[in-house]
Design a protein. Structure first.
Lengths: 672, 120
């Protein structure tokens, strides 16, 4: 900031000096006329001064301009050629490798340090953050030279584009930045004979204006060209050093205390790199403005200096153009430096932001990586610690059952609390794994149970389909049909409510399936809300029909009667299939809800037990039904329908005898 | 026309859970077996179970109970004994849990006060 203020002061001072120098000359040009003596003295002095200015300052401008052209052509535009073909690049690459290896060593030490830190305290966030940085740095340090080269190339390409805007028609390929300025300022015409003769023969004092004006212009231009040239040459050298030391750019990531070095590196490097395009851009702005300015004024600086009777407009234009030229030229150096620095700061801020994001992402990734890498070790230790806790607890329990001193001591509250508390802590220690043996065991069991359930569901589904297919296959024997029906029944009973629901109405509404549904099953189907009331009723009716078919025809395989009244089965081998036994394998409560007609079939009492009948009575039975049922039972037992099952006829172990002579209220009511 | 069996099932369905539990259990059967143990009427066990359960379900009134027993050809003396036993048994089964307090609980042995002072 102070530097900028100082430069501004210098520029202001130079402008005031220029104006001061110009004003006397203009007064002399209009007012002084001494009759020839003064003129001849003045003329001689002007020539001497001119020769001096021309020889010394003109030479300086030439040297500075040539140097600037050389700097632009060789050290900016030709940066890459010089780097690659002069052996400099090779040297820089080798030296960079040495520096990189040194930094890699520091990274290894850093990793070891962080490793110890994490082992001692796995949850340390500082260690995790540092790890994230070190991983990023270790990766990126190998690309540090690439990054610097990329930035240097980018800045050089940008500078080249600006330099090409100047006149570079020189057949040697030199970028003649300074020549463009010389042309636009009309410096070439300063040496023109005609112009010189003009001012030497003109009014007294006009030559001084020309000489001093030219001198100041020369001085300013020489300064600007020299400054630019030297800064560009210095830039070349410094950028090479920055490339060698490029690993420093990540040093601060690994060692936070060295963050300043990295920040300074970035700032210096970017400032230097972008000085070239910034400087040339400022020069070009000056060049462009001056070119258009001169075109508008239609008079060259040399002509103004030489012309004693210039108009006020012409003078104002020339003064203005001269001032603008000087300001732009000086500003080119000042502003370019500033732009480079500010640009570098901006880029650093952007870079820091990006680095922060990358760091956070890496930290997360690193955290996960570290978590993943160290997990097996921690899990192993946790397993051992948990097992040790469980073992200690068991041993304590065993000890507490014993008599004697040890047993007594182990039952003391203090001892129990201490040992059990410690064992409990060990059992529940997570050690950063987020789990314990007990939870892992439970989780494993639940996973296994889920897998088993899924496997079971799949197996049941397959069995269901397979057995249903057998039942529709007319080539299957009666034993295959029996087996299929039995398997189907078992499978349906094993199915969960959801599995049964998934069968869908069409399958549930077949007698094969419905006959195996319990009342609870049907209630649950109803509760799912996926079946209408009519569908539920249809399923119930189908089930009752199936029961009736089984009790009357033995099975549900589509038995019917032909015109003569003989039974006809849809399946050719179904006649000998008997589903009755399987029908009564369900629980008594469900059997008690079966249709009353089943209980009116005498052959059903091969399977119906007194408990089943009692359950059926509880669920409702009219006195008429009771009579029919009693007839059926008596028929099956081979006794008179008015007789009560007796020990003498049926034996004391007959269940019906036991039921009739036991303490059942229902038996008493049934046989009364 | 409803028969005794129909009435039994109807009353059973309408009765509360305690009564249903008693009917479902063999409590009445065991009681009947016990009261017939020292009588020559053990063959009437089933009939007596029906009578007792019907009395429990109020299908047979306490007054009609002796007649029902008499109709089973049980002698008068035994009828009286059995009737009392059955009625007591049914009463013990149907006793309201809130009315299970003894006389002592109701105030016997306590000093007289405004609530339990004997009135002339």
């Amino acid at each position: 900031m102070n530097k900028l203020t100082l430069n501004r002061k210098k520029i202001l001072f130079s402008a005031l000096a220029l104006v001061t120098l110009f004003l006397p000359s203009l007064i002399f040009a209009s007012d002084v006329n001494d009759g020839g003596v003064l003129s001849s003295i003045s003329s001689g002095l002007e020539k001497v001064l001119w020769l001096f200015v021309n020889a010394v300052f003109g030479f300086l401008v030439w040297v500075a301009g040539t140097l600037l052209n050389l700097a632009v052509t060789t050290f900016v535009v030709g940066f890459a050629d010089l780097y690659n073909n002069s052996g400099l690049g090779f040297a820089v690459d080798r030296l960079w490798e040495v520096v990189r290896d040194i930094f890699n060593l520091t990274f290894i030490f850093g990793l070891v340090y962080i490793g110890f830190k994490m082992i001692l305290n796995a949850g340390d966030t500082d260690a995790r953050r540092m790890l994230a940085y070190i991983i990023m740095a270790a990766l990126l340090v190998n690309f540090s030279l690439f990054f610097t080269k990329f930035i240097v190339d980018f800045s050089n390409v940008a500078a080249t584009q600006v330099a090409q805007a100047f006149d570079h028609s020189n057949p040697t390929g030199t970028y003649e930045v300074s020549d463009g300025f010389a042309n636009v300022l009309g410096l070439s015409s300063i040496w023109d004979d005609k112009t010189l003769s003009n001012f030497t023969t003109n009014q007294v004092g006009s030559g001084f204006t020309y000489v001093f004006g030219t001198m100041i212009t020369f001085v300013v231009m020489a300064f600007v060209f020299f400054a630019g040239a030297f800064l560009l040459i210095i830039r070349f050298v410094v950028l090479n050093i920055y490339m060698i030391l490029s690993p420093i750019m990540f040093l601060g990531w690994v060692f936070p205390s060295m963050a300043n070095y990295s920040r300074d590196y970035w700032k210096g490097f970017l400032g230097r790199a972008f000085f070239a395009p910034a400087y040339l851009l400022m020069l070009y702005l000056a060049f462009y403005i001056l070119t258009n300015f001169q075109n508008a004024s239609n008079i060259s600086m040399a002509e103004i200096y030489a012309k004693g009777n210039a108009t006020s407009n012409e003078i104002a234009n020339v003064i203005a153009m001269f001032l603008v030229t000087c300001v732009f030229l000086v500003a080119a150096v000042v502003v370019a430096n500033r732009m480079g620095a500010d640009g570098a700061s901006g880029v650093i801020n952007v870079g820091r932001n990006l680095a922060g994001r990358a760091r956070r992402a890496t930290q997360r990734g690193a955290g996960n990586i570290v978590f993943g890498i160290t997990y097996p070790a921690r899990a192993g230790i946790r397993t051992a610690v948990n097992a040790s806790g469980a073992h200690s607890e068991r041993k304590l329990n065993e000890l507490q059952t014993r008599s004697g001193v040890l047993g007594t001591a182990s039952r003391w509250n203090w001892v129990d609390k201490t040992i059990r508390g410690g064992a409990e802590k060990q059992k529940n220690a997570e050690l950063g794994t987020g789990t314990t043996n007990q939870r892992e065991r439970e989780y494993k069991q639940s996973t296994q149970a889920r897998a088993n359930q899924t496997r079971g569901e799949q197996e049941r589904k397959d069995k269901f389909e397979e057995n249903n297919k057998i039942l529709t296959d007319h080539t299957k024997s009666s034993s295959s049909l029996s087996d299929a029906l039995e398997e189907l029944g078992k499978t349906i009973k094993q199915m969960t409510g959801i599995e049964k629901e998934r069968l869908g109405f069409d399958k549930l509404n077949t007698q094969n399936v419905a006959v195996h549904l319990s009342d609870d099953d049907i209630t649950n189907l109803e509760k799912t809300g996926k079946f209408s009331s009519q569908q539920i009723q249809d399923i119930k009716n189908t089930r009752n029909n199936a029961f009736t078919n089984i009790s009357t025809h033995g099975n549900v395989l589509g038995a019917g009667k032909d015109s003569s009244g003989a039974l006809v089965y849809a399946h050719p081998n179904a006649s000998s299939v008997d589903q009755k036994p399987s029908m009564f394998t369900r629980n008594v409560r469900d059997i008690g809800k079966m249709p009353i007609d089943i209980f009116k079939q005498s052959n059903m009492y091969d399977h119906i037990t007194p408990a089943m009948l009692e359950e059926r009575i509880k669920n409702g039975m009219s006195s008429k039904d009771k009579s029919d049922v009693r007839v059926a039972l008596s028929t099956n037992l081979g006794i008179s329908s008015t007789d009560i099952p007796e020990e003498t006829a049926l034996g004391k172990n007959n269940p019906w005898v036991k039921w009739a002579n036991g303490n059942s209220n229902y038996a008493a009511q049934f046989f009364s | 026309m409803s028969t005794e069996f129909d009435n039994f099932l109807k009353s059973y369905k309408e009765s509360d859970k305690n009564i249903k539990d008693i009917i479902d259990s063999d409590e009445i059967g065991i009681f009947v077996e016990n009261i017939l143990k020292d009588t020559p009427y053990s063959g009437l066990k089933s009939k007596l179970i029906v009578i007792t359960s019907n009395n429990l379900l109020n299908l047979i009134s306490d007054i009609d109970l002796p007649d029902k027993l008499t109709k089973l050809a049980i002698d008068n003396k035994t009828t009286q004994v059995l009737s009392v036993k059955i009625l007591n048994f049914v009463k013990s089964l149907t006793k309201n849990p809130d009315n299970t307090k003894t006389d002592f609980d109701q105030g016997a042995g306590k000093p007289f006060n405004t609530t339990n002072t004997p009135q002339p």
